[in-house]
Design a protein around this ligand. Structure first.
Ligand SMILES: [Zn+2]
Length: 159
């Protein structure tokens, strides 16, 4: 897999750059760098261009070619420019990875779909076959956390 095709697989947004890829027999490790020039404070919504530091997050992504995908994402912490804001420093928010998430939004969507389509024990087996590491308890937690409003694709709910 050359860098251009890897870039396309992990182009979550225009600021993401693939800087390293390691492919093993059952796993794929990808290091991504987020090169944002500014970020919005989650508290006061002010836009800051004053970088504080860089840090790394780990998250799993959709499997590729029968391999689990593990991302290391390098991104920034930022100074809030609003003197009245309670956040002096904040972490960069990504629309493809929830603030404390350990799985990308697109992987969460797939787990959500599989979890709502099966019982949790079957969903765990389906996920394992797709090289997605998740327990039936973690799937059940996600289903319980879901809003109680009817979902359009849940086969077990009446409308
Ligand atoms: Zn702020």
């Amino acid at each position: 897999m050359n860098n251009t095709s890897t870039e396309q697989l992990f182009k979550f947004d225009q600021n993401v750059e693939v800087i390293h890829t390691l492919i093993e027999s059952e796993e794929m490790y990808v290091v991504l760098k987020v090169c944002s020039t500014h970020a919005r404070c989650p508290g006061c919504k002010c836009v800051s261009s004053q970088r504080h530091s860089r840090y790394a997050r780990k998250a799993d992504d959709l499997p590729v070619s029968d391999r689990s995908v593990h991302l290391t994402i390098l991104l920034h912490k930022w100074f809030c420019v609003n003197a009245n804001c309670k956040n002096k420093i904040f972490t960069e928010r990504l629309n493809w990875l929830n603030p404390s998430g350990r799985k990308t939004v697109r992987l969460e969507k797939l787990i959500h779909y599989v979890g709502f389509s099966n019982n949790c024990l079957v969903a765990e087996k389906v996920c394992r076959e797709m090289h997605i590491s998740i327990s039936h308890d973690a799937i059940l937690y996600r289903i319980k956390k879901e809003d109680s409003a009817p979902s359009s694709y849940c086969p077990f709910r009446r409308y």
